[in-house]
Design a protein around this ligand. Structure first.
Ligand SMILES: C[S@@+](CC[C@H](N)C(=O)[O-])C[C@H]1O[C@@H](n2cnc3c(N)ncnc32)[C@H](O)[C@@H]1O
Length: 234
């Protein structure tokens, strides 16, 4: 397998049937069993699942909450890596949500039974009535693992996901440092996250903990730094 130096594509397969797909073309990536894991976890050492789910689990314990009674939305669930980690933390009820139909099929193929329900939706375009099935799950936590940011879930979708949960729900997520308030990175600023994290987020959430960590390595070996958050919806 070959990754392009600028992280725009990967190539894989035998020489006579080589395939190239976009680095973030999850729809295509999830159709090949194990490919997502190989690219992001094995080649690039992505560590966000350990960080965000670890932080979420520690926060539950610190708050005296029993994971077994939590009803968690795994936002941007993909093929279920984050869901499996949440189950390992003892989460009792788990709903996945992703905009790619291929993600749901891959989660069922690779980690059958991890989710109690899996919703395929884009929350930006979901009407109030379409949101009803998600509300019916009476969610008590929203967790987003490696799913927020440029080319991924925008702040408006995270905000809508939080609105699906019960008041007082726990939220846990992470963003790259370029998306933090005060960022001078043009694409980071354009993502809307710096404004979201200095505006809507502190108004609507009581922060419980934040932690800096390395999300993964870039192709040139440098670190992609990120910040993980745990908070409670007001
Ligand atoms: C890097 S993957 C992370 C998957 C999984 N959480 C993990 O830890 O491996 C990001 C996921 O976010 C999903 N995604 C991106 N934008 C989205 C949106 N607007 N709404 C829902 N899911 C989205 C993608 O389809 C993809 O499955």
């Amino acid at each position: 397998m070959e990754l392009s130096p600028d992280e725009t594509w990967i190539e894989f397969g035998p020489p006579d049937a080589r395939r190239r797909i976009g680095f973030h073309d999850y729809d295509a990536m999830y159709t090949v069993p194990g490919l997502y894991e190989r690219v992001f976890y094995e080649e690039l050492g992505m560590d966000t699942v350990t960080e965000v789910v670890g932080l979420y689990g520690r926060t539950l314990r610190a708050q005296g909450l029993d994971p077994a009674v939590e009803r968690v939305l795994d936002l941007g669930a993909g093929n279920g890596i984050s869901g499996a980690a949440l189950r390992d933390t003892g989460v009792g009820y788990l709903v996945g949500l992703d905009r790619e139909p291929a993600a749901e099929r891959a989660a069922e193929r690779d980690r059958p039974g991890v989710y109690d329900d899996y919703l395929v939706a884009d929350l930006l375009t979901w009407s109030d009535s379409e949101q009803q099935p998600a509300r019916a799950h009476r969610l008590t936590s929203i967790v987003a693992v490696a799913a927020l940011g440029i080319g991924h879930i925008p702040p408006e979708v995270l905000q809508r996901a939080m609105a699906l949960a019960q008041p007082g729900a726990l939220v846990s997520f992470a963003v790259l440092v370029e998306l933090m308030p005060g960022s001078t990175d043009e694409r980071g600023i354009a993502s809307g996250y710096p404004d979201f994290l200095s505006g809507w987020y502190p108004e609507h959430c009581e922060e419980l903990e934040r932690r800096e960590y390395v999300h993964r390595r870039r192709r040139d070996g440098s670190a992609e730094d990120a910040v993980a958050f745990a908070a409670r919806l007001r």
